[in-house]
Design a protein around this ligand. Sequence first.
Ligand SMILES: *Cc1c(COP(=O)(O)O)cnc(C)c1O
Length: 217
Amino acid sequence: MLKQILEELKPTQTQLVAVSKTKPNEAILNLYDQGQRAFGENYVQELVEKQATLPNDILWHFIGHLQSNKVKYIAPFVTMIHSVDSFKLLQEINKQAAKHNRVIKVLLQFHIAEEESKFGFDTEGVQQVVQELAQAHLNHVEICGVMGMATFTDDKTQVRREFQHLKSIFDNLKYNYFAQNPSFTQISMGMSDDYKMAIEEGSTMVRIGSLLFGKRY
Ligand SMILES: *Cc1c(COP(=O)(O)O)cnc(C)c1O
């Protein structure tokens, strides 16, 4: 499955984050041995335990909701945090990264789902953050783009519309605020059921779990 997915991502050079939440180390090592290095986790404690025992050259992506008081546990090693949804969280990531002399890549998470329950900025919230950012000098975070999750639904046109929305948010931010920032390049969208559509709509990074590892129970 890994090979097939990588073939599909090749033409657009879309990156793959293998989402290994709830899956055992052996399953991760199986993909690792096939060359996969980027893995995504949702829970701080689970990530910390896995990181301590798995190979050091794994690039860990944190993709779940993150509370400020837990940033310190993952700051020593995490590569990218996809789920930044407040300025306060961004400041905390910067502070903890500084302690370890690191720069942590982050994505701004947007609420694109038309359903209610998902975390993330709306377009107004982010304007404020971007203005705060311009004044604060956060040297230990690198803002690399945006992330979003579509509604969990069989309605493909709705999912496509939500992906298009995230792409337009990205384009807007890039044009208005990050034009001088060469790091602002990533659109993290697309999961097992909808990654092909996400790529059609401009995804640069897909987060695939169950298709690689089997269903979660
Ligand atoms: C679990 C999860 C995924 C992967 O979902 P699959 O449907 O198993 O591919 C991707 N992104 C986030 C934020 C997740 O929580």
